[in-house]
Design a protein around this ligand. Structure first.
Ligand code: ADP
Ligand code: MG
Length: 348
């Protein structure tokens, strides 16, 4: 079908699932990663183990591929720019630059007239004091956060004294009294065509996604608004590929944009079994400029459950029905809270 070679930066489970989708489209994959044991190497046509700042290796990687994408957003923008000079990187590096920086991301979203939590940019304890109205709040490192890393709850000014200090830039967000969390995964193609999957309802524990389901238990207004906001964001970014918008719904049914992920997303894992075209296939199709395929929902998904740490052992022993789909990421090492696999259960 194609003779494209796609370069993928990053070798975690998202990389594995992208490689598997690429294979069905006859797209070759070369994965580059600084994780020697990254599971995506088992699914890629070629694997390059390298630090991301190794210019020679990056050049070798770029020389071998036609187009480059990434499975995680915290890649230094300079590296993406360096690669982009030789081969096109999608999503574009300047999009990544905005999204990996919470201040730029929230400013961009607010400028589109889309609501987020109330927030402020913070450089010092004094800045927190000036923004006391945002407490109780959550202080988040401005860059490099994921799965709750780099987040501190501040119930009052007294909490500033805790064992961390202002060595980085932060944003302070007002803590939202959450009714629900949802996400919209959206694919956008180079001709401007988009497909937004229906909103997915998500439950987090300790800031890590615990489970997801469709349909989300939300009003038709929120359903529509969540999709139209995601579409507006993708259009204004000139986005090509799959991205995800995470939302909070507060007790007064306000829809607040939490963050944007410029990549396939954990909550979208259920699209593998619940739709004829998964988020992974859509991402490959979009970045490789293959046509969008008509997308149909096959089934509701009662639950997509993330399997963390040593929980994986019991899931490996179970047997599953034809409505249950167990994915084992085959990670070499079991670590506490590490995403080891997932189970999607379609509605019976
Ligand atoms: P990460 O980049 O680590 O995914 P998020 O900002 O998405 O960080 O936060 C992870 C989770 O923490 C959210 O999905 C939500 O459950 C909780 N959380 C984050 N910010 C807030 C907030 N302002 N109010 C309430 N809950 C929050
Ligand atoms: Mg998040």
């Amino acid at each position: 079908m194609s003779d494209i070679t796609l370069g993928i930066i990053g070798s975690g489970q998202l990389g594995s699932l992208l490689c598997q989708a690429a294979k069905t489209l006859k797209v070759k994959t070369i994965v580059i990663s600084d994780d020697e044991h990254g599971p995506a190497q088992d699914y890629a046509d070629q694997f390059i183990f390298s630090k991301y700042d190794n210019k020679d290796k990056i050049k070798e990687f770029a020389g071998k591929v036609d187009i480059v994408t990434y499975e995680f957003e915290n890649i230094p923008v300079e590296i993406l720019n360096q690669i982009n000079k030789e081969k096109q990187v999608l999503p574009k590096p300047d999009i990544n630059k905005v999204i990996q920086n919470r201040k730029l991301e929230k400013t961009f979203v607010n400028d589109l007239g889309i609501k987020t939590t109330d927030w402020a940019f913070i450089k010092s304890a004094d800045d927190v004091k000036k923004n006391e109205k945002l407490l109780p709040g959550i202080l988040k490192t401005n860059t490099l956060g994921y799965d709750g890393h780099g987040q501190f709850v501040l119930n009052s000014l007294a909490d500033i004294k805790k064992d961390w200090c202002f060595t980085a830039d932060y944003i302070l967000e007002k803590k939202v009294d959450l009714k629900k969390e949802i996400s919209v995964v959206i694919a956008r193609f180079s001709n401007g065509e988009t497909y937004a999957y229906e909103p997915i309802e998500n439950v987090h524990k300790d800031q890590i996604l615990k489970h997801s389901k469709i349909p989300a238990d939300i009003s038709p207004e929120i359903f529509q608004k969540a999709q139209s906001n995601a579409k507006l964001i993708a259009e204004k970014l000139g986005y090509i590929g799959v991205m995800c918008v995470e939302y909070f719904i507060d007790q007064n049914d306000n829809l607040l944009t939490n963050e944007i992920a410029p990549r396939v997303h954990n909550s979208g894992h259920l699209t593998i079994n619940a739709f004829n075209v998964s988020q992974f296939e859509n991402h490959i199709r979009a970045v490789c400029d293959l046509k969008m395929k008509p997308i149909k929902k096959i089934s509701n998904a009662a639950q997509m459950k993330n399997i963390l740490g040593s929980e994986i052992k019991e899931f490996r022993k179970k047997s599953y029905s034809d409505k249950e789909f167990f994915f084992d990421y085959q990670k070499k090492e079991i670590k506490d809270k590490r995403k080891m696999g997932h189970l999607t259960i379609l509605e019976g």
